[in-house]
Unconditional design. Structure first.
Length: 230
């Protein structure tokens, strides 16, 4: 009896999945609610269970699909129905989308604060709070490379000017932007942030390299502290 019931349930789920996927192929994502998109995505990590219910569990816990995608794997696994494979899938989707966004943004000069803010905010998605990142740009303000200076203090702060200068010279960069994510979600730069920015600006300036700005990144904001030069 149980085997027959399982076969019927599998058949129902299979038919439902096929209908949803065909609808997606025909009408695209705009025809669906956020939880339905998540439900379909979970088809690929959860072969047979009712992923609609699991998608609702995720949405109820994280309140939005964007928050769910930004969540760490261990937080996702705490959600009823989400295992390690599904958590990995969601994190992988987040990072793939993020990489596509960054590649697209870097195809044009980062010559306005709007463009820089968009790039920086997306770069920091999924990164540890307290991460320090530097962007190295050429004379046309095209991005050459980004570098993680600290993710849990790889270097002591007083070493940042030397590390950033060395990297700038190696890449023949003409401009640099430094960025720092705050653990407390405060958008105001700390005295240490401003002091280090001044030290970095002085070190770079001695070699004809300009520090454009310093951005503070939080969960929901990306704020320039001051326009130094451009």
């Amino acid at each position: 009896m149980n085997n027959k019931k399982n076969i019927i349930e599998k058949s129902i789920h299979a038919g439902h999945r096929q209908r949803l996927l065909k609808k997606y192929e025909k009408l695209g994502a705009d025809a669906f609610e956020a939880h339905e998109l998540l439900e379909m995505l979970l088809f690929f990590s959860i072969p047979q269970k009712n992923t609609n219910e699991i998608a609702h569990n995720v949405m109820n816990k994280f309140n939005s699909i964007s928050t769910a995608f930004s969540a760490k794997a261990n937080a996702l696994i705490e959600t009823d129905g989400i295992g390690a494979k599904s958590a990995l899938l969601l994190n992988l989707c987040r990072d793939t989308i993020r990489q596509c966004t960054l590649e697209h943004a870097a195809k044009t000069p980062l010559d306005t604060n709007f463009k820089r803010t968009r790039y920086i905010y997306n770069w920091f998605k999924g990164k540890k709070a307290g991460t320090v990142m530097a962007m190295f740009l050429d004379e046309k303000l095209m991005l050459i490379e980004t570098a993680t200076i600290s993710a849990g203090r790889l270097f002591r702060p007083e070493c940042y000017p030397d590390v950033i200068l060395e990297k700038s010279l190696a890449l023949d960069a003409k401009f640099v932007i430094i960025n720092h994510s705050h653990r407390d979600n405060c958008t105001e730069p700390s005295p240490e942030d401003l002091y280090l920015a001044g030290q970095i600006r002085t070190a770079l300036g001695a070699h004809g390299i300009e520090l454009i700005n310093q951005f503070i990144v939080t969960e929901f904001d990306c704020t320039p502290t001051n326009n130094f030069n451009i």
